[in-house]
Write a protein that binds this ligand. Structure first.
Ligand SMILES: Nc1ncnc2c1ncn2[C@@H]1O[C@H](COP(=O)(O)OP(=O)(O)OP(=O)(O)O)[C@@H](O)[C@H]1O
Ligand SMILES: Nc1ccn([C@H]2C[C@H](O)[C@@H](COP(=O)(O)O)O2)c(=O)n1
Length: 209
């Protein structure tokens, strides 16, 4: 079984995917972490982030891999764990450029499709491109202000600065971030995290009841 949870930046995808995965007793897969890790490694190596061939060679040379778990994904470059370095503002600012490269997208998609089922997959194009055959699909939204207020609790920047960065990332991610026609769209703005998780679980379990 595959459940997909797509949505805009900071809409709650990873928190909801983790909660749903834990309730179902299966791992979740955070596709954005692979794009973030590619960006971090590219920045560290001083590579131009729009040069796909050099970037891909660098990723393969560093044995980049995702470790899916229900309680939080980990990302490794060989023996080095990158996980805690992937949510910096520097990575945020560069990741859309890396995610726009078709060669990098194909590499990430191949990594994801090689993972053993079952799992909950979260990202931008899980329900549309990567796992169009998924059993249940969701797309999370919330206004930029609501998302910025949530993010401000975990970042040093002020709400207006975060809101402007989120709005810009929404714009850059538009091409790959759209709800699948068969996805259930959930506005998380008025809901608690637990409320969103319950709504997703109710839909996933409905066909089984
Ligand atoms: N419904 C909700 N109510 C309140 N807070 C929430 C809700 N959903 C998520 N949050 C909080 O919002 C923040 C962003 O959530 P999360 O990191 O899961 O989003 P994301 O979509 O995975 O982000 P990104 O696109 O940057 O990877 C977290 O602090 C999370 O706890
Ligand atoms: N399936 C995906 C997942 C992520 N991206 C891009 C878009 C984001 O700017 C970036 C980081 O993702 P996040 O951690 O915010 O979920 O990666 C994508 O294009 N496709």
């Amino acid at each position: 079984m595959i459940v997909t949870i797509d949505g805009v930046a900071a809409s709650g995808k990873s928190s909801v995917a983790s909660g749903v995965a834990r309730a179902l007793g299966i791992p979740y897969v955070s596709s954005g972490l692979l794009y973030r890790a590619a960006t971090l490694l590219g920045l560290e190596a001083g590579l131009p982030l729009h040069q796909a061939a050099a970037l891909l060679a660098h990723l393969q040379g560093n044995s980049l891999r995702l470790e899916p778990r229900a309680e939080g994904n980990r990302v490794w470059a060989g023996e080095r764990e990158l996980t805690l370095e992937l949510h910096s503002s520097r990575v945020d600012a560069g990741v859309s450029a890396v995610a726009a490269l078709p060669e990098v997208r194909a590499w990430v998609d191949a990594q994801l499709r090689a993972l053993p089922e079952p799992f909950v997959a979260e990202g931008r194009d899980m329900g549309t491109t990567v796992f169009p055959h998924a059993e249940a699909k969701f797309y999370l939204t919330a206004s930029p202000r609501v998302r910025a207020e949530r993010r401000a609790k975990e970042r040093p920047e002020d709400v207006p600065v975060i809101e402007a960065a989120l709005t810009e990332r929404d714009r850059l991610d538009t091409v790959q971030s759209a709800p699948a026609p068969d996805a259930q769209v959930i506005d998380t703005g008025p809901l608690t995290l637990e409320g969103v998780i319950e709504e997703v679980l109710a839909s996933v379990r409905a066909p089984l009841a």
